[in-house]
Design a protein around this ligand. Structure first.
Ligand code: BTN
Length: 325
């Protein structure tokens, strides 16, 4: 019996007692084997309540990654193979970049429990407390021209949105270009950094931050209006390994589809998950502020914005915010 199967069983009986008899019947093992597996899980940081009459109730899951658990759940061919695990790093982006420079294959993933200098878009930082979220960076080596790199940012957001919707059943949407929101609050950020030779990409480092089990006390007060976590939004702690395994499979499948069929199908998925289209917005670009209504995604990954005068412009990079009035 694997502990993963046992954990699945507790997942199906969320917050309830599961009798030793039911476990041994469902998993086809002896009661002693069940007891041993429970002890093993306890040694890994899981907490159970045990009742002679009722059986076992899972009280809490550990705040530390189990590489063994992720390995048991992964169904990908190349993504997250291999995984480099770290307790604490400045940023997983730099570690993955170094690995890529040294020839690490596509799919190489760097995961850290904690980042001391997490990097966000537009020169911002990224809050990455220990054991609470998923802070990871993956090496991609697509054979595409540099100007298509934004397509992969959008693809990453689509894959993550589809996976998190499936896992949490919550109404998660994408704000252009790549923030994931629940009820208008950010739960994830994506940062793609690339290295190029002439016009072709050498590699991309896809940095993904998912606020999984953070609590309100993990954020500065002034941020709480704009950010949340899956735990705060759903009231439930999630197993980070299960989130990573599901996302990696979705990501690999979409990436393969992109290589085979191009960006158009991905753009259609992005539009269907977007919460930014057809609503007035103010876009702060490096060239200045634009007020208008985003109406479509362009093939390059830019957003097409209809201005008040009726004409449209393409915006490639901006911070999207509330409209002026
Ligand atoms: C954003 O500003 O929304 C992007 C945030 C990206 C955060 C992730 S966490 C893993 C990886 N390492 C970093 O330092 N940043 C990315």
């Amino acid at each position: 019996m694997t502990t993963n199967k046992l954990l699945d069983l507790f997942d199906n009986h969320d917050g309830e007692y599961v009798s030793g008899e039911l476990i041994s019947r469902e998993l086809n093992v002896s009661r002693t084997a069940v007891w041993k597996q429970i002890r093993k899980l306890e040694s890994q940081g899981y907490q159970f309540e045990a009742s002679r009459r009722l059986g076992y109730k899972l009280l809490s899951i550990p705040d530390q990654y189990s590489p063994e658990k992720l390995n048991g759940l992964l169904q990908t061919q190349h993504f997250a193979r291999p995984v480099h695990w770290f307790d604490s790093v400045d940023t997983t982006q730099n570690v993955a970049q170094q690995l890529a420079e040294n020839g690490a294959p596509e799919g190489t993933l760097v995961i850290a429990e904690q980042q001391n200098n997490g990097r966000g878009r537009m020169g911002r930082g990224w809050i990455s407390p220990k054991g609470k979220g998923i802070w990871m960076s993956m090496v991609l080596r697509p054979t595409i021209p540099v100007h298509f790199a934004p397509q992969l940012t959008l693809l990453t957001a689509v894959a993550l949105c589809r996976s998190l919707r499936r896992l949490t059943a919550m109404p998660i949407g994408i704000k252009w270009p790549n923030d994931l929101l629940i009820d208008g609050k950010k739960i994830s950020g994506i940062l793609l950094e690339s290295a190029a030779q002439d016009t072709m990409l050498r590699y991309i480092i896809a940095g993904i931050g998912i606020s999984v089990n953070l609590e309100t006390s993990d954020y500065p007060d002034e941020l709480l209006e704009r950010v949340t976590s899956l735990r705060i939004a759903s009231g439930k702690k999630l197993e980070r390994e299960a989130v990573i395994a599901d996302f990696m499979l979705e990501y690999e499948q979409l990436y393969n589809a992109y290589q085979a069929n191009g960006f158009e199908p991905i753009a259609a998925l992005w539009e269907s998950l977007s919460v930014s289209l057809h609503k007035p917005a103010r876009l702060t670009t490096p060239q200045g502020v634009i007020d208008g209504v985003p109406i479509a995604l362009d093939q390059s990954g830019a957003i097409e914005v209809r201005l008040e005068e009726g004409n449209t412009v393409l915006v490639f990079s901006a911070e999207m915010g509330e409209p002026a009035n």
